[in-house]
Design a protein around this ligand. Structure first.
Ligand code: CAA
Length: 283
């Protein structure tokens, strides 16, 4: 199936990044959110990213205008009526995702693929809210979307090979690298990344080293671009805790228990970069 019209649900950091790379690849994009202000913030972030690319000589002013022209606002899920694919990047809450997917299933064309950018919720369970589970798939982009190469593509229990192939081809058109995996808690990325971050927080909690030392050891010793505590701040400590809870519950294995220090920070509202304070302080 040829994809031309894309709808992205959620104009936050992930949704706006996804809308940007889709529009850059030539797709028509509807960027949906519940509030106009959220859309405006998303478009402002996209405009800033594209302007930096113009400054660096990687994009002309005309190309920037054309890319922005391919993104239209949407405040209504009914706008999915002409979508070939919908990529949902709303909040990580199964009840909300069920409501969104149920509506999308009613309004999107029969051929449309319904994808979720969830970082850890089961694709099969999201698909169960629809009458087209074979056309539901996970498309897990990494943050920051315009920079990171990977899209982890998750097959639900019912996802067909044809749908997988279409999404794989689309991902290549976005200049990203698709990597396939099955629907298990945390998929591959967060099943491996989050326990590492959680262990770094236990290491801090145990007083083994300072936060700076833990990050330096992992950055300089393992060549990671960011230390695990800095990365946790960047992802959001609430998101890290949420994913650990999905792993803990999904596997029923105590090795995934979230660190009490992580819980404490989240309860304090120290959620990382987005709130100005996490393991580090941000001005
Ligand atoms: N949006 C767009 N572009 C961005 C950006 C953003 N938010 N942040 C950085 N960039 C761009 C910069 O503009 C710069 O581009 P140019 O080379 O064209 O100038 C480039 O990225 C490098 O940025 P910097 O030089 O400022 O800084 P850096 O070299 O430290 O790179 C980084 C920044 C790419 C974020 C790097 O630190 C990094 O790779 N960090 C790890 C990111 C990571 O692990 N992401 C996955 C998180 S997990 C996840 O997303 C999944 C989940 O479910 C939780």
């Amino acid at each position: 199936m040829a994809i031309q019209n894309v709808m992205v649900i959620g104009a936050g950091q992930m949704g706006s990044g996804i809308a940007q790379v889709c529009a850059q690849a030539g797709f028509n994009v509807k960027l949906n959110d519940m509030k106009q202000e959220a859309f405006d913030r998303g478009i402002a972030a996209i405009t800033k990213n594209l302007a930096r690319n113009v400054e660096k000589g990687r994009l002309s002013e005309e190309e920037k205008t054309a890319i922005l022209g391919r993104i239209t606002p949407s405040l209504d899920l009914n706008d999915a009526h002409d979508a070939d694919i919908v990529i949902e990047a709303a909040v990580e809450n199964m009840e909300i995702k069920h409501t969104i997917f149920k509506t999308l299933d009613e309004v999107a064309p029969k051929h449309a693929i319904l994808a979720s950018n969830t970082s850890s919720l089961p694709i099969t369970e999201i698909a169960a809210a629809t009458n087209r589970p074979e056309q539901v798939i996970g498309m897990h982009f990494m943050n920051p979307v315009p920079v990171m190469k990977l899209v982890e593509i998750i097959r639900g229990l019912a996802t067909t090979d044809e749908v997988y192939k279409t999404v794989e081809e689309m991902t290549v058109k976005l200049s990203k690298t698709p990597v396939e995996c099955n629907d298990f808690p945390g998929f591959v990325s967060n099943r491996i990344l989050m326990p590492m971050i959680n262990e770094a927080i236990f290491t801090l909690q145990d007083g083994v080293a300072s936060k700076e030392a833990i990050d330096d050891i992992m950055r300089l010793g393992m060549n990671h671009p960011m230390g695990p505590l800095q990365l946790a701040d960047f992802i959001g400590l609430d998101t890290c805790l949420y994913i650990m809870e999905v792993l803990h519950e999904g596997f029923g294995d105590s090795k995934y228990r979230p660190s009490p220090l992580l819980r404490q920070y989240v309860k304090a509202g120290w959620l990382g970069k987005k709130t100005g304070r996490g393991f580090y302080e941000y001005s």
